[in-house]
Design a binder for this molecule. Structure first.
Ligand code: NIG
Ligand code: FE
Length: 406
C-alpha cells in the first residue's frame, strides 16, 4: 500500500467540469491518493484525518497551484539522427516540402532510425520522455513512423513499450504510424504489406493507428484502406489531417470514427463541424504550426464548432523539437485563441479524450493520481510565463516522480 497527501494547495485545478467553470478550481485544498488512485480532491477544511491513510507521504504545496498531469496525445519521440541542418535551411527560405522532395524530411530520419536496435531507440526516446516528465507530462502518446519497413516499425513500437515500463517516466500509449513518408520502392506493395502483416503485428503492440494524409504523403483512399484493415485488428484510427493543405483527412476521420484528427490548420469550418458531429477530438499542435508557418492552430475554431480540443507537443525532429507542454499551452493561447483555462483543460482532459482514456486528465476521486505541483500560486502562469520553469514537482500514479528542487 502506498499513499500520499498533498496539503496546502493554494489552487487545486481539478479540470473537472463537475467542480465548476474551467479549470474547476478549489481554493485551499488537499489531494489524497492511495495505491495510485485519488481518494480525496477538495477543500483542506473538508478533509477528515481519518481519510488520510496511515503512513501516507505528506507533501506540502506551500500555497502553490496543483494541476492534473499533462497528457501529451501526439508525439514522435522515438527517433535517431539530427535535422538541425534542415531547420537552418528552412529559416533561410527552403520549404518543408522542398526539403522532403530532395530526400530530406521524414525520410532523413528514417535513414537514421530504421537500423536502430530497440535498445538504441528506447534510450533516445527515454531522454525525451524524461524531459517531458520534468515539464509535467505524466502520459505520452508515442508513434512509430520512422521505420518505413515492417521490422523497423515494430522495433519503434517495442521501444515505445520499453519507455513506458521504465519507472518514473510517463505512462506510454503507442500508435502505429506506417503511412508517414512514402517509400522509394513500390508504394502499393508497401501499403499491401502494412494492411496485412503490419496491422496484425502492430495490434499486439499499439492502441491506435495513424496516417499522414496530405500532399506529398498519403491520399484519403490510402489512409481509408489502412483504417479499415487496422480496425479489423482492433486498432482505432487517428490522423494527421489538413496540416499542409486541405486534403480531406478531417472528413475521413469523421467517416472512419477516428478518436482524433490532428493538426487541422487548413481545415474548413465544415470539416470541424463534421468532426464535432462524429465525436472526433481535434488535436492542435501549435509548436509545429509556429515552426512551419502558415495558418494558426485552430483552437478557437474547434471550440466554436463544439469539438473537444486537445493540445500536444508533436515532439519530432522535423516540425517541432519540443518536449514542453507548458510551452504548448502558452502557444495555444497566443496563437490558437484559447483562454488559459481552456488551454489547461486541452492539455489534460482534452489529451485524455484524444487517447480514449477515462481514468485520467482531471483530479477527481477514483482517477489516477497524476499531478503537477507548480512553483507559483497562479495556475495562469503556465500559459502566461512563456518558456517559464513553472513546474516544482510531479506526482505519477501517486508517487513523487520529480522531487521539488526547492
Ligand atoms: O506531425 N506531419 C507529419 N509528421 C510530423 C513531422 C515529422 C517529421 O518531420 O519528422 C508532424 O508534423
Ligand atoms: Fe505528428
Amino acid at each position: 500500500m502506498s499513499a500520499i497527501v498533498i496539503h496546502g494547495i493554494g489552487a487545486l485545478c481539478t479540470c473537472d467540469p463537475l467542480v465548476g467553470d474551467a479549470p474547476g478550481v478549489v481554493r485551499d485544498a488537499a489531494l489524497v491518493a492511495r495505491d495510485g488512485r485519488i481518494v480525496y480532491a477538495g477543500p483542506e477544511s473538508g478533509l477528515d484525518r481519518a481519510d488520510v491513510p496511515r503512513g501516507a507521504l505528506e507533501v506540502h504545496a506551500r500555497g502553490a497551484a496543483v494541476l492534473p498531469g499533462f497528457v501529451d496525445a501526439h508525439t514522435h519521440i522515438v527517433w535517431l539522427g539530427d535535422r538541425g541542418d534542415e531547420y537552418a535551411r528552412r529559416a533561410a527560405g527552403a520549404t518543408y516540402e522542398e526539403i522532403a522532395a530532395s530526400g530530406g524530411g521524414i525520410r532523413a530520419t528514417v535513414r537514421a532510425t530504421a537500423a536502430g536496435s530497440v535498445e538504441e531507440l528506447a534510450s533516445a526516446g527515454r531522454e525525451r520522455a524524461r524531459r517531458m516528465l520534468a515539464g509535467g507530462t505524466t502520459t505520452v502518446e508515442v508513434k512509430s513512423g520512422y521505420g518505413l519497413e515492417h521490422e523497423a516499425e515494430m522495433r519503434q513500437l517495442d521501444a515505445a513499450d520499453r519507455i513506458g515500463r521504465w519507472v518514473d517516466l510517463p505512462d506510454v500509449v503507442a500508435t502505429y504510424l506506417p503511412l508517414h513518408a512514402v517509400p522509394d520502392g513500390s508504394r502499393d506493395e508497401y501499403i499491401d504489406d502494412v494492411c496485412t502483416r503490419g496491422v496484425a503485428a502492430a495490434a499486439k503492440r499499439a492502441t491506435f493507428v495513424d496516417a499522414f494524409c496530405d500532399t506529398g504523403a498519403y491520399t484519403v483512399a490510402e489512409c481509408e484502406r489502412l483504417f479499415t484493415a487496422a480496425r479489423a485488428h482492433g486498432l482505432r484510427p487517428k490522423i494527421h489531417a489538413e496540416q499542409r493543405s486541405r486534403s480531406g483527412g478531417a472528413l475521413l476521420a469523421a467517416r472512419a470514427g477516428a478518436v482524433s484528427a490532428d493538426h487541422l490548420e487548413h481545415a474548413s469550418n465544415t470539416d470541424l463541424e463534421a468532426l464535432n458531429a462524429a465525436g472526433v477530438v481535434g488535436v492542435i499542435l501549435p509548436g509545429a504550426s509556429v515552426v512551419l508557418g502558415g495558418p494558426p492552430p485552430p483552437g478557437r475554431r474547434l471550440l466554436d464548432a463544439g469539438c473537444t480540443v486537445a493540445v500536444a507537443t508533436d515532439c519530432n525532429p522535423g516540425t517541432c523539437y519540443s518536449e514542453s507542454m507548458p510551452l504548448m499551452i502558452s502557444l495555444a493561447v497566443a496563437l490558437g485563441g484559447l483562454t488559459p483555462a481552456q488551454a489547461l483543460v486541452a492539455a489534460t482532459t482534452g489529451g485524455a479524450a484524444a487517447l480514449g482514456l477515462a481514468d485520467r486528465g482531471m483530479l477527481r476521486p477514483g482517477l489516477r493520481c497524476d499531478a503537477v505541483i507548480l512553483n507559483t500560486p497562479s495556475w495562469v502562469d503556465v500559459a502566461y510565463h512563456l518558456g517559464g520553469d513553472v513546474v516544482a514537482s510531479v506526482v505519477l500514479e501517486g508517487r513523487v516522480a520529480v522531487p521539488s528542487k526547492a
